[in-house]
Design a protein around this ligand. Structure first.
Ligand SMILES: [Fe+2]
Length: 334
């Protein structure tokens, strides 16, 4: 770069650009703004506004080792709005076409919007879109358990940050085990899905990047430990969850996979956990253990179920049996 004006322009771009992920543009027909990449150390437009996005373009960028892409800070909301419109349109057309493909698109779109919600948890429009879309998805998934295994595998491949993918995976397992128990009416399913899916929204108090560190600092650990309460604060009066469902959120942790601490109350304690709370908490633990983290490999399902056995099999033997049975059916190919 010889021209000093180019250097100035590059410096000013560095301040104005904000990173986005490939997932945010992958399913769009065209991009609503210029997409920048770092090409040989310089910020350059790699897809122009209104430019088409298709697999070949993304493949070309990745083959040129353009790992990080950006948009101008002022355009961030444009991209968010296009993604949210995409989420609305997938939600509306869930029942049309190939169910497996629709489930995959929906899980992806919902997770991207979850990211927007974590960035801005007090934004009513984002929360209400998330609630409405998750409600529609809940019955679709509840009625199609045959899609769950493939959906789980495809969803993992999409590579969302674990803080954002964990709520969906644990909720998928939870809804599956409720289906298997045959104890619930459809209207309850929507509420259980929302409860499980939104239970960790309090984790938005900690920046997503911090979760990549092996050791969280003390302040973050404290915030993390209080995330069920933070979730309640965020959702209170804003999410359509009755008080007993809010109570489940408050008690949704029986074990922390981050600190390896058991938080399940012992028999002598006053707190009695209902079937749904235990199931939700256990599915959360299994989902966390069998999926990878930046600082560890995934555990085997066998290991995860062994932890569950230690945690609940004495107090909740029937529930434990149901869980083992559920996972044995879930991973048919293993
Ligand atoms: Fe949690």
């Amino acid at each position: 770069m010889k021209n000093p004006f180019d250097l100035l322009e590059q410096n000013s771009l560095a301040f104005k650009l904000t990173p986005i992920s490939y997932r945010e543009i992958f399913h769009l027909v065209e991009v609503p703004c210029d997409i920048y990449g770092n090409v040989d150390g310089l910020f350059k437009v790699v897809i122009h506004k209104r430019g088409e996005v298709h697999a070949a373009i993304i493949k070309d960028l990745i083959s040129r080792k353009i790992k990080n892409i950006f948009v101008l800070e002022e355009h961030r909301t444009l991209l968010r709005e296009v993604q949210q419109e995409h989420l609305r349109s997938v939600t509306r057309s869930l029942s049309i076409g190939d169910s497996q493909e629709k489930a995959k698109l929906m899980a992806n779109a919902l997770t991207l919007n979850m990211g927007y919600l974590y960035e801005d948890p007090t934004n009513d429009a984002i929360l209400s879109l998330q609630v409405q879309s998750a409600k529609n998805f809940s019955l679709f998934l509840y009625n199609k358990p045959q899609l769950h295994e493939t959906l789980f595998k495809e969803f993992i491949k999409q590579g969302h940050h674990y803080v954002l993918s964990q709520p969906f995976i644990s909720t998928l397992f939870f809804i599956g085990v409720l289906k298997q128990s045959r104890l619930y009416a459809e209207k309850d399913i929507e509420l259980f899905f929302l409860t499980s899916y939104l239970k960790d929204v309090g984790m938005s108090a900690i920046p997503v990047e911090k979760f990549n560190e092996e050791e969280l600092d003390e302040g973050s650990k404290k915030l993390l430990a209080s995330h069920p309460q933070l979730s309640l604060n965020i959702l209170k009066g804003r999410a359509p969850l009755p008080p007993n469902f809010m109570k489940i959120i408050e008690n949704h942790h029986i074990f922390s996979t981050l600190t390896n601490e058991k938080t399940l109350h012992d028999k002598e304690d006053e707190l009695i956990y209902g079937f749904e709370t235990i199931m939700m908490a256990v599915m959360d633990t299994v989902a966390a253990m069998i999926t990878p983290r930046p600082f560890r490999k995934p555990h085997t399902l066998f290991n995860a179920l062994d932890v569950v056995r230690v945690l609940i099999s004495e107090q909740y033997p029937q529930e434990f049996k149901l869980i083992v049975h559920y996972f044995r059916n879930f991973f048919k190919e293993q």
